[in-house]
Design a protein around this ligand. Structure first.
Ligand SMILES: Nc1ncnc2c1ncn2[C@@H]1O[C@H](COP(=O)(O)OP(=O)(O)OP(=O)(O)O)[C@@H](O)[C@H]1O
Ligand SMILES: [Mg+2]
Length: 344
């Protein structure tokens, strides 16, 4: 199967509002994500690009300093760079607020210490980032964006993030089920209690004191449960969007090299296992074979050999070429032109 003309990529992805760009480190994810976002925005489509890369590459590519809040790059393009440290701090502050609302105040110093340590625990950043990404994902549709493009972190990390909602969903389900059982037991106990009190003045007086506390406590639990419910709902909604092929496209970027080929194969297997079939593969930094310089001609020939392996391995997927440019591609106009180039 021959390579598709690059312009086909923007046409293929036009109906899907959510686009994830994945791939090995340094292959051109940020460039591809920013090029797609710039292209759609230049077409007058309201577009949001979200980067989870702590190295600020997206801001560099768009020539603008970005942060966790939306920055308008052009009339139709907004960009966000999620800073993992800020996201984790906000996430744990929220967790602390939730716990404070139902925990025994005497326990709070210990709980705070535990939360402080949890911030640096493995997976904490991923979980906090995931929640933030899901929030943007779900909110973007309501905010009227026609496209939301995620410039994700390298492959393994990204894949863990994509399957996390289901795992977290199961975990919160377990907690909620336990919570409901306890609430039921509590209400039965309260019911029995009030039954026993009838006609007993002294006892009744004691329970007037005890019962309001029980009610208050169960209210607090309900608040905590409702936070978990909301989070679960968010993950479920995001999970549904991610798995809906009419809503979400996953594009893998690779270069015509041995290691990216092996990594892309693994990434596709894992994605397919999670029922997240990629929509397309971009082969970036291709060198045209019409080079006069021997070094570059040899590199181009080597890429062409690898292209045969790539086409064989990924025959199920549309493959789009992006050619190596003389310099880094920066700014929305240059990025947008990168995808409109008909041939090289
Ligand atoms: N087609 C291209 N032509 C010229 N330079 C390119 C091309 N694609 C990418 N680059 C350059 O290669 C470098 C890496 O690209 P980019 O930052 O897009 O990769 P990435 O996959 O996002 O990397 P990371 O995994 O570190 O986030 C950048 O300096 C970028 O400008
Ligand atoms: Mg990047």
């Amino acid at each position: 199967m021959a390579l598709h003309p690059l312009h086909g990529l923007v046409e293929q992805l036009a109906p899907q509002p959510i686009i994830f760009i994945g791939g090995k480190g340094g292959v051109g994810k940020t460039t591809t994500a920013a090029a797609l976002a710039s292209y759609y925005a230049n077409q007058g489509k309201k577009t949001l690009i979200v980067s989870t890369d702590p190295a600020h590459s997206l801001g560099d590519v768009l020539n603008t300093k970005l942060n966790n809040a939306k920055t308008a790059i052009s009339p139709y393009l907004d960009a966000i760079e999620l800073n993992p440290d800020v996201i984790v701090d906000e996430h744990f502050a929220q967790v602390e607020r939730t716990i404070t609302s139902y925990a025994n105040p005497d326990m709070m110093p210990k709980i705070r210490e535990h939360l402080r340590l949890s911030k640096s625990a493995p997976g904490a950043q991923e979980a906090a980032m995931l929640e933030s990404m899901c929030q943007h994902l779900v909110a973007a549709a309501d905010a009227g964006y026609e496209h939301i493009i995620f410039d994700t972190a390298p492959t393994g990390h990204t894949l863990r993030l994509l399957v996390l909602p289901e795992m977290m969903g199961a975990w919160t389900d377990g907690l909620l089920a336990q919570q409901r059982r306890q609430a039921k037991l509590r209400s039965v106990a309260t019911h029995l209690d009030s039954h026993n009190q009838k006609g007993n003045q002294t006892k009744n007086h004691q329970n007037d004191v005890a019962n309001p506390f029980a009610t208050k406590k169960s209210d607090r639990w309900e608040q905590a449960v409702s936070v978990l419910e909301k989070r679960k709902q968010l993950f479920r909604q995001a999970g549904l969007l991610l798995h809906d092929r009419t809503q979400t496209a996953i594009v893998l970027v690779m270069t015509a090299d041995v290691l990216p080929l092996a990594e892309t194969k693994r990434a596709i297997e894992q994605l397919e296992d999670s029922k997240l079939t990629p929509a397309a593969i971009v082969i970036n930094q291709l060198i045209s074979t019409t080079q006069s310089d021997e070094f570059w001609r040899r590199r181009a020939e080597r890429q062409q050999q690898l292209m045969q392996d790539i086409e064989k391995n990924f025959s199920k997927y549309p493959l789009y070429p992006i050619y190596l440019q003389q310099t880094d591609v920066r700014g929305t106009d240059a990025l947008s032109r990168l995808l409109s180039t008909v041939s090289q």
